[in-house]
Design a protein around this ligand. Structure first.
Ligand code: NAD
Length: 549
């Protein structure tokens, strides 16, 4: 109840929540069970007369349990109401207990946390419905191929194998392949060790993943997902070759984080069957799949991509094709860019991370940067600068760290410093010096920055860029953005996602605060016209979605 985690019928039977589990026809099973009770002369059993075993439910034990769940329940209050309702059920006579539960439940329905969680719940179920898409059948996916057996490719192959899809995993050399397959096996072994998979199942999954070192091995796949390095020329070369070696019906997908799907598609003779399938790391676990629609991507390819998401038990959100799609655009140009700006202006990495963790993210932006690899963003920007520019300062700290080989956890030092075998982030005086120098070079006056300012400056750009993505038609609905950020980027679900959160703040307030920061940078803080319009009309993003349904 506290975690909101469903239990299956067998476990419910074990716990005494239900009386019997029957196989076959529920009606016949129900009648047979009733007959058995009648034959046994089973007595009437009133819920109100039941004795409840309250072992493990003292105040101290409840407090201890909640402490153990603190990370998952950060910022949440529902569980306190749940516990109060259970206490009422145990301590009060039935009628009074029911009344108390009813009061608690009604109060809960009205609070923001509950509204936000329901918003996310329904949004996750609606994002797969694409406005204007005629009903059509998805093409069958009988076999898949994944190119690149690195971090992402291995995880994508696991996600496919977990759904029973035979998959060919392809890398350049036997060594690279062996390393990749080794990581896949090791990941499965952890699952076996945790008792969530049997050794036989492990072998069966591994049996579904076949390794190869030539792209021609993708020749019998219905979908090929490319996950090689984020290098446009390399990706173009690979998709041209895939276009040669696969049959005409095969969908060619790229797991690129930011590159143009339309331009990749233009390298092939089948641009209608080229699509972005942007997985998140770890790909066999993370539930989000951004489906990127290139200029030529057909409705059929889109429908099949949504079906692939469903089959892999992921949430597919469709995005238009522009730098960073929905999620990475908001992260790069909004949240993370502002977090770096705050470093230059005088906030410490620890302070920023602490504030954003208190807001509800599992990890602050600086820790995420170090964990993902500081160079990952630098490579993304190198590709970006070939087409677009950004006013300075734009990730000058991260790019300087990359140039010095301080790539985060993997190199022992990045924004923070690390000790061998320990992922704890320690303050890094060398990086602090670097930041001070980069700030001085730019004449930025350093000052003390309040926690409130940090939170605002990290969150408001998400809302503003989100509004711009709606305006530009990159995201269909505000709720699509909310799902991307809650399912893929760790935005707290109990705040409903950035656009829902904006509605709860009030768009007038949001706009006023954005205009306040606009003085700092007209480029990074220019209010989106859609936000201005909605704020002036007294509108909401929820209303915007409804008007477009
Ligand atoms: N790491 C992430 O968190 C993440 C998240 C989403 C998307 N992505 C994207 O996924 C892609 C892969 O990222 P990654 O982190 O898995 O990289 P990685 O470096 O871990 O793996 C890349 C793999 O591609 C292989 N490769 C390179 N050239 C090849 C070729 N010509 N043929 C076959 N294989 C080749 C490499 O040997 C390596 O095993 C990138 O486009 C990246 O932007 C990464």
């Amino acid at each position: 109840m506290i975690q909101g985690a469903p239990i299956d019928a067998a476990r419910a039977r074990e716990l005494g929540v239900i009386d019997e589990v029957v196989q076959g026809s529920p009606r016949d099973g129900g009648v047979a069970y009733a007959q058995k009770l009648a034959d046994e002369g089973a007595p009437v059993r009133r819920t109100g007369d039941r004795n409840t075993d309250t072992a493990g439910f003292s105040d101290a034990e409840v407090a201890e349990y909640l402490k153990s769940q603190a990370r998952a329940l950060k910022g949440r209050t529902t569980q306190e109401k749940t516990i109060a309702a259970i206490k009422a059920a145990v301590d009060l006579p039935l009628a009074e207990g029911l009344k108390r539960e009813d009061e608690l439940s009604r109060a809960s329905l009205k609070d923001r946390e509950s509204e936000a969680l329901r918003h996310v719940f329904f949004a996750e179920r609606e994002v797969g419905k694409i406005p204007g898409l005629p009903p059509m059948e998805a093409a069958p996916i009988r076999k898949a191929a994944v190119i690149g057996a690195g971090t992402m490719g291995g995880g994508i192959a696991m996600a496919l194998a977990n759904s029973g899809v035979p998959t060919t995993l392809i890398d350049v050399s036997d060594a690279a392949l062996e390393r990749g397959l080794g990581v896949v096996r090791a990941n499965y072994e952890v699952t076996v060790k945790r008792g969530r998979m049997t050794a036989d199942e492990l072998e069966q999954r591994m049996g579904l993943i076949e390794g190869a070192t030539s792209l021609s091995a993708a020749g019998d796949a219905d979908v090929v997902i490319e996950a090689v390095f984020e290098d446009f020329e390399l990706k173009k070369r690979i998709i041209r070759e895939l276009d040669q070696v696969t049959p005409a019906h095969t969908i060619l997908a790229s797991n690129t984080s930011t590159l143009s799907i339309t331009e990749l598609a233009a390298e092939t003779k089948r641009p209608a069957q080229v699509v972005g399938l942007h997985f998140f790391s770890p790909a066999h676990i993370m539930r989000l799949l951004e489906i990127v629609r290139g200029a030529e991507t057909s409705n059929e390819t889109l429908v099949t991509s949504l079906e692939i998401a469903r089959k892999l038990r992921k949430i597919g959100v469709v995005s238009g094709d522009a730098f960073g799609f929905i999620g990475n655009k908001m992260m790069q140009d909004g949240y993370f860019r502002e977090a770096e700006q705050l470093l230059l202006e005088g906030a410490s990495a620890e302070q920023i991370d602490k504030v954003m963790e208190a807001f509800g993210f599992a990890m602050g932006p600086n820790k995420v940067n170090d964990m993902a690899g500081v160079d990952v963003g630098t490579k993304v920007r190198e590709e970006l600068y070939k087409k677009e520019s950004r006013p300075d300062p734009y990730f000058v700290v991260s790019d300087a760290l990359t140039a010095q080989g301080k790539l985060g956890q993997k190199s022992g030092e990045g924004v923070y410093s690390y000790k061998p075998g320990d992922r704890t982030a320690y303050p890094n005086p060398a990086t602090e010096d670097l930041i001070r120098k980069l700030a001085a070079d730019r004449g930025i006056e350093r000052r003390e920055i309040s926690d409130a300012e940090i939170e605002e400056r990290c969150v408001l750009p998400l809302i503003n860029i989100g509004a711009q993505l709606l305006e530009d038609g990159i995201a269909y609905r505000a709720k699509d953005i909310d799902v991307v950020w809650t399912a893929g980027y760790g935005f707290p679900r109990h705040l409903g996602g950035p656009m829902f959160y904006a509605d709860t703040l009030g768009l007038k307030t949001v706009l006023a605060r954005i205009e306040h920061y606009q003085k700092q940078s007209d480029y990074y803080w220019k209010p989106s016209p859609l936000l201005v319009r909605l704020a002036n009309e007294g509108g909401t993003f929820e209303g915007y979605d409804a008007s477009r349904a």
